[in-house]
Design a protein around this ligand. Sequence first.
Ligand SMILES: Cc1cc2nc3c(=O)[nH]c(=O)nc-3n(C[C@H](O)[C@H](O)[C@H](O)COP(=O)(O)OP(=O)(O)OC[C@H]3O[C@@H](n4cnc5c(N)ncnc54)[C@H](O)[C@@H]3O)c2cc1C
Length: 381
Amino acid sequence: MKRDLFDQNHDAFRATVREFVERSVLPQVEQHAADKQIPREVWLEAGKQGLLGLEIPEAYGGSGAGDFRFNAVVSEELAKVNAAIVSCWGIHSDVTAPYIVELGTEEQKQRWLPSVASGETWLAIGMTEASGGSDLAAIKTTAVRDGDEWVINGSKTFITNGYSADLVLTAVRTSPEKKARGITLFAIPTDAPGFSRGRKLDKAGQEESDTAELFFENLRLGDDHVIGEVDHGFIHMMQKLPQERLGSAISNVAHAKQILLETIAYTKERHAFGAAIGSFQHNKFLLADLVTRIEVAEAFIDKCIRAHTRGELSAVDAAKAKWWSSQTQNDVLDHCVQLHGGYGFMNEYRVARAWRDARVTKIWAGSNEIMKELIGRDLGL
Ligand SMILES: Cc1cc2nc3c(=O)[nH]c(=O)nc-3n(C[C@H](O)[C@H](O)[C@H](O)COP(=O)(O)OP(=O)(O)OC[C@H]3O[C@@H](n4cnc5c(N)ncnc54)[C@H](O)[C@@H]3O)c2cc1C
């Protein structure tokens, strides 16, 4: 089905992103997996080409596109490479940078945004703790006032870009008695005394992304590192989460679509019983089913992107897009593995890695159960 979301400006931008991917990403993807990290040179090159600062106004070194369809183009092209690179990029550009853009003081924007747009300052976001990620209001990392400073103690886990980040937007408890209304966001530089990281976590998929535990021990920061209002961090996060979930939904569908297209090609080439395996009625109907599922999911997400570009995407619709797309992605990729037979279980085949990489998308960015909880609440239940 022809999509009508993008115009010729987006198409031209897509060509630039593709060129960047072909030149600066694809030749090194195996190395990224071996290193469990995407090297800084990739991000610096993206910064040079003006691809990292879509959310950042021109005055601070970005392109201030103000049209989420451009972000969608980047996500789709990166998701075709693998699920890890699009996640690392998304956390930096589409998830974390907007907090500084929209909530930062003038001084903070001038201090950080130019190097965020160039890739010299790499970002992560630290919400989840070992004791739990779904119940954000229960976080235990604390910041206690001491004179003019805050003293931060605690830890975060499962943090994407955690190993490579220079600045971590971190949710911290500032008022113990106030639960959700006692959380503040801090921009924590990773060279601050008292900051340390654990090893790169050994994940079941997405080897290319550096995911880490972060520790804060008597880490001292001034008010100039508070992002937004003290004790309003939970509200700030709730306002920003729909964009994170939409970005996740875009990647989910683009990733599954790419692997499905490669699988269709495979079923035309692979023969059994003297015929292409795709020609057997069971497989033909299955592929018809999968293509339809992807296009229906894509149509809903395109509608969400349009709504978000107008500033009208609701948290509930973002939750629908997130859970549905991740479930669809996992269902589609499981069938893609099956259609590849034994090769589908071999790591040297993209389909096997894509299937493993996709699993986490039902867990992160708010688990699918939490998404359904939000949707259910909206139904008055
Ligand atoms: C690879 C990876 C990268 C990540 N990157 C980041 C990152 O960059 N920054 C960050 O802050 N976090 C990150 N996370 C953390 C992720 O967001 C959390 O894992 C997720 O929110 C779930 O939290 P949890 O793991 O503590 O599970 P829990 O909260 O312990 O949940 C366990 C299970 O219980 C279910 N559950 C919980 N509450 C309810 C309920 N009310 N109703 C029904 N079911 C419920 C959950 O859905 C889940 O199935 C990442 C995780 C992974 C695996």
